[in-house]
Design a protein. Sequence first.
Length: 381
Amino acid sequence: MHPITIIGTGLAGYTVARELRKLDKNCPLRIITADDGHFYSKPMLSNAFAQNKTPESLVITPVEQMAKQLNAEILTQSNITQISPQQHTFHINEKSLEYSQLVLASGADPIRLPLSGTAVDKVLSVNNLIDYTHFRVALWDAKRVVIMGAGLIGCEFANDLQPAGFTVTLIDLAPQALGRLVPDAVGLALQQALQNLGVTLHFGKAVNSIDSTDTGYRLTLTDNSVLEADVILSAIGLRPRTELAAAAGLSVERGIVVDRYLKTSAEDIYALGDCVQVEGLILPFVMPLMSAARAVAKTLAGQSTPVTYPAMPVVVKTPACPIVVSPPATTLEGKWQVEGEGQDIRALFYTPTRQLGGFVLTGTKVAEKNALTKELPPVLA
Ligand code: FAD
C-alpha cells in the first residue's frame, strides 16, 4: 500500500500526523518538507528575540525524533515540484513518488510589496526558523529597525524589539494599529503602549522606495518623509501557497479551496493550515488548524469527519498592552460597544438582536476571555 503523504512539517502537517497516529499506529506515513523538518512553534518567532532565543533553542523536537515518534518517513529539503492527482503521484524534481491519500499543509508566503529602490531585496520577513536565523544575524550590529505593517505580527515584533534595545519605527498605511480587526479605542490603546516603550509610529503612510546608503537603508514614504534603518522587517501579511495545487488543477481561490471535510476538488487530496480556504474563510492561526487536523486525521483513518470551528480568540503577544481578540465574521451586521479607558478596554460586538458576535479585551479585561468566549457562536458549527 502506498503511504499516506503529508506535505509540510509546520504545525498543520505535524498535527495531522500526530492525530493520525492516535487512531492508527501503523499505516505507512510519509511526510515531506522543503525545510529541515524540525518541530517548532511558529508563534514564538515574534517574541523570541527579547528572550534571547536562538533558532536552535526554538526547536522543540528535532526531525529525527519526530520521525521516530510518528513512525513516519520524513523527507527534508525536498521541494515538491508537481502533483499528478490522476496518477496519485507527486514529484520532487525528477523523482516520482506515489501516495494513497495526500494532505497539503504547505503554509503561506509573506506578501512582498512592489517597491522601488536599490535595496528592496534586503527587506526581511520572519515566517519560519530559517527566516528567524537571518533576522537575528541582521540584528547583530543593528540599532534602527523599521517594521512595515502594524497588524498582529508587526506590533508583536515592535513590542519585542524596542525593549531589547533597538530603536523601532512602525509604519502602516492604515490610520491605526491592528487595522480593521479592532475598534479604534483598542488600536489607540496599543499605540499608546508602544509609544510609551519608545516605538515611533508612522501611520496613514506607506513606503515608496528603499535604497542602500553608506550606513544602512533609506526609506522614502508616500508623504516624502525619509527614514533611516539598519534592518527593515516586512509584516504586511501572508498569502496562502497555492501554486502547486493550482498547477495540479485543484480548485484555488484566495487559498486552496476545501470543503467541510478539508477535501480539495481532487479525489484523495486534503488540505489545511495557512494554505487553505474553508467555506470561504482564510484563518491563518493555530486554533483553526488544530480543529482541522483532528478532522482530517479521522477522515484519513476511515471515519469521514467534517471540521467544526468553535469561537477561537487570538491572544496578541504585546505585553505592553495585553490584547485578546475574537473578531466578528466580516459578514455579520452589528456594532461595537466599547467600555473602559486607558489600557483596560472591553469592546463587545453585538448584532441587532443583541447576540454577541465578537470581542476585544485589553489590559486587565483579558481575564474575561473565557466567560465571553462561551457566549460566542461557533465560527463553523
Ligand atoms: P507552515 O508552518 O508555514 O508550514 C508549511 C510547511 O510546508 C513547511 O514545512 C514548508 O517547508 C512546507 N512546504 C511548502 N511548500 C512546499 C513544497 N512545495 N514542497 C515541500 N514542502 C513544502 N497564530 C496564532 O494562532 N497565534 C499566534 O500568536 C501566532 N503568532 C504568529 C507569529 C508569527 C511571527 C507568524 C509568522 C505566525 C503566527 N501565527 C500565530 C500564525 C501561525 O503560526 C500559523 O497559522 C501556523 O504556524 C501555520 O502553520 P502551517 O503548518 O499551515 O504552515
